[in-house]
Design a protein around this ligand. Structure first.
Ligand code: PEP
Length: 256
């Protein structure tokens, strides 16, 4: 049995009005809002954080955000701070998602600033790393993942490290329906855990959860979640409907 509790996190991306987000959150809470076997996090867009927070209140489902700015306040038009997220009782934040790296040119150094600011503000970073198809095909998957991981975690102390969650998300599998094979995923997860061991020591590395993300669906989840170093999923498309998201939570609960 894994020493780590499974975590299923839904990344709703730029989907759902506040009313739609509330309706989805209500369905999730009524189905799994009392269970404690699996940690469940939903990450709505900023515009729905407050309304979804109210729905989650008193349940075991936690609130996450999809991004944050590293500065505490100031002239950063369009941005949101850690304290603003904490004010809605958000407990996690997705950082370094490949869509932010690609479309918004986020670098490892900038992502690292966000990781540090989040940890200092008691917000759990879900740090995403992963290679593109070209990088996999040219044999540089592990090098890319290592650079992103070490860059993103620069300056994170051992004390803070257990609060971090890593998400391995091969870019070629995100939203494409192409899922990594269990062998491909487990190989990279094991590699990440080895790197975490080098950074923070083996005991801490064994406590850090590493999620898989990239077209995870109820059909492929049981096999992925049964892998030794796969501690849950970061779910995009399948988190937008209650049925598929709940099936993923149940799949995680069924892994012994
Ligand atoms: C994601 O964007 O984090 C993701 C994993 O998306 P999808 O599940 O749709 O591939």
């Amino acid at each position: 049995m894994s020493p780590r509790k499974k975590l299923i996190a839904g990344n709703w991306k730029m989907n759902k009005t506040s009313a739609d987000a509330v309706a989805l959150a209500q369905e999730i809470v009524s189905a799994v809002g009392k269970q404690t076997e699996v940690d469940v996090v939903v990450c709505p867009p900023y515009t729905s954080l407050e309304s979804v927070a109210k729905v989650l209140d008193g349940s075991t489902v936690k609130l996450g955000a999809q991004n944050v700015h590293p500065e505490a306040s100031g002239a950063y038009t369009g941005e949101i701070s850690v304290a603003m997220l904490r004010a809605f009782f958000a407990s996690s934040v997705i950082l370094g998602h490949s869509e932010r790296r690609t479309y918004f040119k986020e670098t490892d150094a900038f992502i690292n600033q966000k990781v540090i600011a989040s940890l200092k503000g008691q917000l759990r970073p879900i740090l995403c790393v992963g290679e593109t198809l070209g990088e996999r095909e040219s044999g540089s998957t592990l090098r890319v993942v290592q650079t992103q991981l070490e860059g993103g975690l620069e300056g994170v102390s051992k004390d803070m490290a257990t609060s971090v969650v890593i998400a391995y998300e091969p870019v070629w599998a995100i939203g494409t329906g192409k899922v990594a094979t269990t062998e491909q995923a487990q190989e990279v997860h094991a590699f990440i855990r080895t790197l975490l061991g080098k950074l923070f020591g083996e005991t801490i590395a064994q406590k850090i959860r590493i999620l898989y993300g990239g077209s995870m669906k109820p059909q492929n989840a049981p096999e992925l979640l049964a892998q030794k170093d796969i501690d849950g999923g970061l779910i995009g498309g399948a988190s937008l409907e209650a049925r598929s998201f709940l099936d993923l939570v149940n799949a995680a609960a069924a892994v012994k």
